[in-house]
Design a protein around this ligand. Sequence first.
Ligand code: MG
Length: 334
Amino acid sequence: MIVVGIESSAHTFGVGIVTDGDEANFILADERVQYIPKHGGIHPRESSRFLAEKGPQILRNAFAKSSIDPRRIDAVAVALGPGLGPCLRVGATVARTLSAYLNKPLVPVNHAVAHVEIGSKLTGLKDPVTVYLSGGNTAVIAYIDRRYRVFGETLDIALGNLLDTFAREVGLGPPYVVGGMHVVDRCAEGGKRILPDFPYVVKGQDMAFSGLLTASLRAYRKGVDLNDICLTLREIAYNSVLEVSARCLMHTKKREIMLVGGVAASPILREKFAEMAKIYGASVGVVPPQYAVDNGVMIAWTGLLSYKAGVVTDLRSAIVRQRWRIDEVEIPWR
Ligand code: MG
């Protein structure tokens, strides 16, 4: 079976082509392009314009690289959410068009589910607690009874958003990641002390980071040492994710932890998780950076699993859902 997958939920237009015929070389094509704002964060409309402009060429490149005749594919998969509406609509339009043109079934894919599935595929973990950390997501997820359940998430901004926004406001970035390390992580290395009175917010199993961002910016404007602020921000933010993840591990009695999403690449975070996992006798798997960030392969792979389990949609129902939660999706293939 061969499936093409299209991703466009935020700043990346990605097209992946995958097969289940060859375990070792399941990726037949992986083309992508990323919108990088000149200043500030991602503006949905500007990003969507960029994606619409670049998308068709990325699709052509993917078919060219794979040497697959488009008529030979079995299905077209597309990320319909969660994400930024205008951006999601670009991918949905391309996918609907391709599906209609080639007369191939259309498979709806939840972007968050796709992060988990490609992670499991590439790390070889069977049933992990997934810690999904990116610019737009902070969630601790575990599979129970045909769904990925959320065992804790952010109540306001995502962890990646916290790090990037702080870096931007104090002039550390962009770029936010230098030499595989976030600029806040890097700056924290020079920190000497944890500052008092910064908010550590874990409510039940949920986290909140906007108060921490405000406190950090306020300290910066007062002239407090930037290295100390970065160290404090990082320790509080990472440790709150760690606390929630550890509790999920204990509750579900699972024995694996998987880190996915752009922030998962942080070596500091990985170290913290490795230490915690040791205590609980769990193993840690980190998704390779290239596939921890948004890409078309994860949509194609999840589309393939879904399609084999009978998941398809008609073109009319293939509408984007900006707030499509991971725990709304039935997972019939596990
Ligand atoms: Mg993502």
